[in-house]
Design a protein around this ligand. Structure first.
Ligand code: ACO
Length: 287
């Protein structure tokens, strides 16, 4: 028997995202498993609130974005984000776009390192937050797709840009035009994600990565992740200049003290080697 037509999700906005902070890691979940975590206006609004709340909390050093249930996110909500807004008019369409794009933008420039932990379906609009995260790890049974072409739209909301940024040209073209999904290992081979792992090893690996990130100087990490994004759009000369300025700005945020202490541990105390891991930052007041 065919299922009844879909109805708007009656759950309150607060329920669409859940999170917990454990040992310095904020685990943030798309939380509409019954709807494969597709992004409704309510979810987009709530994500922005959650992300902004977590950004400056002292107990958060890394943010991991993952999904409850079988999906990471099945993209934009075709009912609540598209159809209902189109029935309401242009003001609703624009308002939905702004709410979605603005939390992806906040995540792209989040003050702390971010990791996408893709546990299942990842479609279309979900490429926005996927790209916004600095690192990405998926389970082997995850599926990635630009399904837009399958329902007669183009990959908007930045999705085309994400494919063009992350994939080689021919692969991006094929991916956007064919509407076929990539498995986790295929996505890893094409470098859409850092690694694909068996589902039962995924969290363990992400935790390992978080532990390494937690040991780094937080100000230097922020400067590094922002620099890596900025320089992709610069000429070599502009990048060189920007990086000098960015390092000088980092010095104003305690970077000089960190560097001096790290150098002391290497050159004088001989307790650490920069080529083999992070310096011991516990001796500093900050961080
Ligand atoms: N928008 C609205 N509702 C959705 C979406 C979505 N993107 N994805 C899933 N749902 C809903 C389904 O309509 C269904 O709702 P119902 O309970 O009211 O019937 C519920 O979530 C469960 O979905 P099923 O299709 O039954 O789940 P299944 O596990 O069989 O399939 C799959 C999962 C493959 C992800 C399928 O739901 C799907 O194709 N979703 C759409 C994916 C997509 O193309 N997203 C848009 C990308 S383009 C863009 O984001 C701009």
């Amino acid at each position: 028997m065919a299922k009844a037509p879909s109805q708007p999700d009656p759950r309150p906005q607060e329920d669409t995202v859940k999170y917990e902070v454990v040992d310095g890691v904020a685990w943030v979940y798309f939380n509409r498993p019954d709807k494969r975590n597709c992004m409704s206006p309510k979810l987009n609004r709530q994500m922005k609130i959650v992300i902004e709340d977590l950004e400056f909390r002292d107990d958060v050093q890394v943010l991991v974005l993952t999904g409850e249930g079988s999906a990471w996110s099945a993209g934009m909500d075709l009912l609540e984000y598209f159809r209902m807004a189109e029935q309401e008019g242009l003001h609703a369409i624009r308002s939905n776009q702004r709410e979605a794009y603005s939390w992806w933008e906040r995540l792209r420039w989040f003050e702390k390192p971010t990791v996408a932990m893709i546990n299942g379906w990842c479609f279309g609009g979900a490429y926005g937050p996927l790209f916004a995260c600095d690192l990405a790890y998926c389970s082997d049974d995850a599926q990635f797709g630009l399904s837009e072409i399958n329902w007669a739209i183009l990959p908007g909301g930045g999705a085309s840009k994400v494919a063009a940024e992350l994939l080689p040209f021919r692969d991006a073209m094929y991916h956007a035009m064919m509407g076929e999904n990539l498995t986790g290992p295929e996505a890893a081979k094409l470098r859409m994600v850092n690694e694909s792992l068996p589902a039962d090893k995924l969290k363990e690996r992400v935790l390992e990565v978080c532990e390494v990130l937690k040991k780094k100087d937080s100000q230097a990490l922020r400067a590094t992740k922002w620099a890596m994004r900025r320089v992709t759009e610069m000429t070599y000369d502009n990048a060189e200049d920007y990086l000098i300025r960015a390092q000088e700005a980092l010095n104003q945020f305690g970077g000089l003290e960190s560097r001096k202490e790290a150098t002391r541990q290497f050159l004088d105390a001989k307790t650490f080697k920069p080529g083999l891991g992070a310096f011991d930052k516990s001796t500093l007041d900050k961080d």
